[in-house]
Design a protein around this ligand. Structure first.
Ligand SMILES: *Cc1c(COP(=O)(O)O)cnc(C)c1O
Length: 425
């Protein structure tokens, strides 16, 4: 039965049969027992599906990944130990030394470092682009060795909304998949796979966990990208894998090829898997995600409107505000709401911003975002402090940008807190 997203939050992924636990069971085991050596051997040949070692796969993780895959409208999913691992795996599964890919420059600072510094050391080159450039201008960045395009539905921290039509057309016209990090929108407010993306990633650490308790990530594949149609670009999927007796993922696993390769090759060799206990917390978060994200958005809208009217505030960017440059894109792709994160600048600059943050009583200064409790961060002096001013400008992070993550408290209390802190400057 096809159900709505709210129902999927509760019921997708795990369907107990007679007498089984109603809640997803935590299979806290590294290993799994088999009756014969042939049974076990078939697993190692990828001839049979089953579990053998929790560095690659664990049933609890798979129940939860299946829920997320269903919520996103994909064919297969996997959980990773963090959002960083998810984005790394998502790209590294199809790029190797000598390859190139294109990413929006407005992405999360940690991903920017991963792509621009660490993956560069592995011989994979990333070109960061201004995602608001035209299709024609963006087309110029493609090279013969370009293997994918990457963006975020709503960027962290600048709240830029991705133009899905432009980006999916751009990727597909050049024969490569579009990978979208959907962390801020969540599968409740946006399903990138239904808007032209091929692969979606998440830092589940944010709204999905929702309570600041567990670091985690996920990848979901639409199964729609035709690897064999671009076989020469993706040899990892379209030519035999010697580490599995020469099987070819795209022909053997069809729509499940991408996630199967990421699991049996990358997870096997790099082991960035989520623990089953962590996956269970993630599952609890998913159950109430639809209720929470709606309130996050309502609260953020109220606070954005309050800030916009405040004479001490220089600017506000929230895609739910009519004044936002991204309002129209948000209406088109995120009609149910965007996210609970907004950013703004205080008149006067750096010292006023710091005084304001230090005066807050309810909102906490935290290197976190998108959870139940309101928190605040100044990227230029916190998360993005490794970036030069030039890189900051390229990432669209103004030196005075304050990232405000609106929680689930009563909106009037959050506003009162902001007001008393503004009164001090
Ligand atoms: C936090 C974040 C990440 C990284 O996730 P971790 O779980 O912290 O590793 C990736 N993308 C976005 C959009 C994020 O906000």
């Amino acid at each position: 039965m096809d159900t709505n997203i709210e129902t999927k939050c509760l019921h997708a992924g795990w369907t107990p049969v007679n007498g089984q636990p109603r809640q997803v069971p935590i299979i806290q085991s590294t290993t799994f027992k088999y009756d014969s050596s042939d049974d076990m051997g078939a697993l190692f040949d990828l001839e049979a599906s089953g579990y053998f070692y929790s560095r690659l796969q664990n049933p609890t993780n798979d129940f939860v990944a299946a829920k997320l895959a269903e919520m996103e409208g994909g064919v297969a999913g996997m959980l990773t130990s963090s959002g960083q691992a998810a984005n790394f795996f998502a790209v590294f599964n199809i790029c190797e030394a000598g390859d190139h890919f294109i990413s929006s420059s407005s992405i999360y600072g940690g991903t920017y470092n991963l792509f621009g510094v660490t993956m560069k050391k592995m011989g994979i080159e990333c070109t960061f682009v201004d995602q608001d450039l035209s299709y024609e201008e963006l087309s110029k960045y493609f090279k013969p060795n370009t293997k994918c395009v990457f963006g975020e539905t709503i960027t962290n921290p600048t709240c830029t909304v991705l133009d899905f039509d432009k980006f999916s057309r751009l990727a597909h016209d050049h024969g490569v998949p579009l990978i979208v990090d959907n962390t801020f929108a969540t599968p409740v407010n946006c399903n990138p796979l239904k808007l032209g993306a091929d692969i979606v990633t998440h830092s589940t650490t944010k709204y999905i966990d929702g309570h600041g308790s567990s670091v985690g990530g996920a990848i979901v594949d639409s199964g729609n990208f035709d690897w064999m149609a671009h076989a020469e670009k993706f040899p990892g999927l379209t030519t035999p894998d010697e580490s599995y007796h020469g099987l070819t993922y795209a022909t053997k696993f069809g729509k499940a090829a991408y996630i199967t390769k990421a699991t049996s090759q990358l997870m096997r060799d790099l082991g960035s898997i989520q623990g089953p206990q962590q996956a269970y917390y993630l599952q609890l978060g998913l159950e109430s995600l639809h209720v929470r994200i709606q309130r996050h958005c309502e609260n953020a809208q109220k606070i954005a409107e309050y800030l916009e009217k405040n004479p001490k505030i220089a600017w506000v960017n929230y895609p739910g505000l009519k004044s936002s440059k991204y309002y129209d894109l948000a209406q088109k792709y995120l009609p149910k709401g965007t996210c609970g994160v907004l950013c703004f600048g205080i008149k006067g600059g750096r010292s006023e911003s710091i005084k304001f943050m230090d005066s807050l009583k309810l909102a906490t200064i935290a290197t976190h975002v998108a959870d139940a409790k309101t928190c605040i961060l100044h990227p230029a002096s916190h998360t993005h402090r490794q970036l030069t001013d030039e890189q900051l400008a390229e990432a669209g992070v103004a030196p005075d940008l304050i990232r405000f993550s609106v929680g689930l408290e009563n909106a009037d209390d959050i506003i009162a807190d902001i007001q008393q802190a503004l009164d001090k400057i």
